[in-house]
Design a protein around this ligand. Structure first.
Ligand code: SF4
Length: 511
């Protein structure tokens, strides 16, 4: 069977007449691993699989793939919540171009909202959770003309229109993860992506309250030797990228520090010198010898620091403290690795007042000023799937229908359902961070050491101008009484005249 697999980018349409890629997909950090892996799995099962890499295209348009679309027997689309509006755009186009082709969705957003999506959009199937086994079983069933009752993880509609949820199959073992063929990146456009992508483990042993990643509380790491074999096989293709780096897409690459040490030991024995991008926890970094052993292979890494006060870290449940974060930053500085480390903080968590947000900003500033780590300050965003989101859904504050349109993250209601600070407090914090950014530029004129984005809903609905109440309205009254002869069109400037950016903070790959 011929299958067209679509990878939609994260997009927005606020400032442009057509949607544009934003955030990590605007800078094309790395190719979408999951979609290319499914392509390899399907090819191994003797299917023809084509990837419509819309992230590489920087577009939501499926028409360039019309030829493949016309003779394929199945279209698969993978989507997170952030890329879901683009997936919706693709579904609408597909239904115009090929009303008859079965469409299967996968990824975290369709997994969470299978009932809603199957009842709302013209799609046929949703794979919940891991897709490698399910998509092969689905292709086989469609080819045979059988029913899909036995396809694991599949949600679908029966003849009466009722949504049926097939049972979830066993999670892939750590050995099975390493048995899949590697994605084929040999036809990626030259020097388009910053790096390649690879997986060394799936899931995470923790369940942080704000985190919406899949497979929390289940971590499965490939054996060190297997991962290095796969990485070694992929390394020559990294030349196709801008920075010759390989992005380990794991939620937490160093989750098992002993395995990380084994991996670096194999690198050393085989004289391999990959440049890796990965995510890590501060606690893991303090494992004896880990920083020194991983340093020669580190291009950039992100430490999820999250909070600058211990009560907040306890509520998040990541198993770290401010002392651990500081110790990790100190160790990185000692080993000359702090310049490659981005410490990421979440501000405006639902329980936080302005005081706690300031504490986090002050702690982050301290780590940057003392140890030279870069800091990312990101406002809490109500992304589905986390424990906090589930609690808000139970309270009737959020639901699955709030993520269908471009720019859902600009929705004032959605933002304020999560962040409980007043617009005035948020503006004050933005002012504080902007001062911090100015100071950081004095010390590091060529590098952005403090990444921050003022929340778009506040910039749009509470621009700084409306935050200042004038002492009396007489001046305005006189202006109204004597209007100007020529009426000028009203120009809406969503951001104040102050130099405050609403860009999303991004990790610093290659910066
Ligand atoms: S934030 Fe990191 S440590 Fe916490 S659950 Fe998510 S992936 Fe795991």
């Amino acid at each position: 069977m011929k299958v067209l697999l679509v990878a939609p980018p994260i997009m927005d349409d606020l400032f442009w007449d057509k949607p544009q890629a934003i955030a990590m997909d605007a800078v094309r950090e790395c190719p979408p691993y999951g979609v290319y892996l499914l392509q390899a799995v399907l090819r191994q099962a003797q299917h023809e699989a084509i990837v419509a890499d819309l992230i590489a295209d920087g577009s939501d348009q499926i028409e360039p793939y019309l030829k493949d679309l016309q003779d394929c027997g199945l279209v698969g689309i993978a989507a997170t919540s952030m890329s879901w509006p683009t997936a919706v755009s693709v579904i609408i186009q597909l239904r115009k171009l090929r009303p008859d082709v079965p469409i299967v969705l996968g990824g975290i957003h369709p997994t969470m909202f299978d009932y809603y999506i199957l009842n709302t959009y013209q799609v046929d199937y949703i794979v919940r959770g891991e897709g490698e086994i399910a998509i092969q079983a689905l292709c086989a069933a469609l080819e045979r003309g059988d029913g899909v009752e036995n396809v694991p993880n599949l949600s679908w509609r029966d003849r009466s229109g009722q949504v049926v949820r097939n049972p979830i199959g066993p999670k892939l073992s750590k050995t099975a993860l390493g048995d899949f063929p590697l994605p084929d990146f040999s036809s990626l456009p030259m020097k388009l992506y910053k790096g390649l992508s690879i997986e060394s483990s799936r899931g995470c042993a923790f369940d942080c309250s704000f985190c919406s990643t899949s497979y929390r509380k289940t971590w499965r790491g490939m054996p060190a030797e297997v991962f290095v074999d796969r990485l070694q096989q992929m390394m020559p293709q990294a030349e196709r990228t801008q920075l010759d780096m390989i992005h380990v897409i794991d939620d937490e690459f160093t989750m098992n520090p002993k395995r990380t040490l084994e991996i670096t030991e194999i690198f050393r024995k085989r004289s391999l010198t990959p440049t890796l991008v990965f995510d890590s926890r501060a606690t893991d970094l303090l494992h004896e010898g880990l920083i020194a052993s991983i340093a020669p292979y580190t291009g950039q890494f992100l430490v999820g620091a999250e909070c600058g006060y211990d009560e907040g870290l306890l509520k998040i449940g990541k198993g770290t403290t401010t002392q651990i974060l500081e110790d990790a930053a100190r160790m990185l500085h000692k080993h000359g690795l702090s310049g490659q480390a981005d410490f990421s903080f979440v501000i405006g968590l639902p329980w936080e007042t302005a005081k706690e947000v300031r504490q986090t900003c002050a702690f982050a500033a301290h780590l940057f000023a003392t140890y030279g780590v870069r800091i990312l300050l990101q406002w809490y965003c109500q992304i589905p799937g986390s424990r906090l989101w589930e609690a808000d859904r139970d309270a009737g504050l959020v639901n699955e229908a709030m993520y269908n349109n471009y720019g859902f993250f600009r929705d004032l209601y959605l933002f304020r359902a999560g962040v409980k600070l007043s617009p005035k407090e948020i503006w004050q914090i933005s002012g504080l961070v902007t001062s911090l950014q100015t100071m950081s530029r004095l010390q590091y004129p060529d590098r952005t050491m403090v990444e921050y984005g003022h929340p778009e809903p506040i910039a749009l609905f509470y621009p700084e101008e409306v935050m200042t109440r004038h002492p009396d309205g007489l001046a305005s009254l006189r202006e109204v009484a004597m209007p100007e002869k020529t009426l000028q069109p009203i120009r809406l400037d969503p951001v104040s005249s102050r130099a405050i950016s609403t860009e999303r903070p991004l990790r610093h790959i290659g910066a």
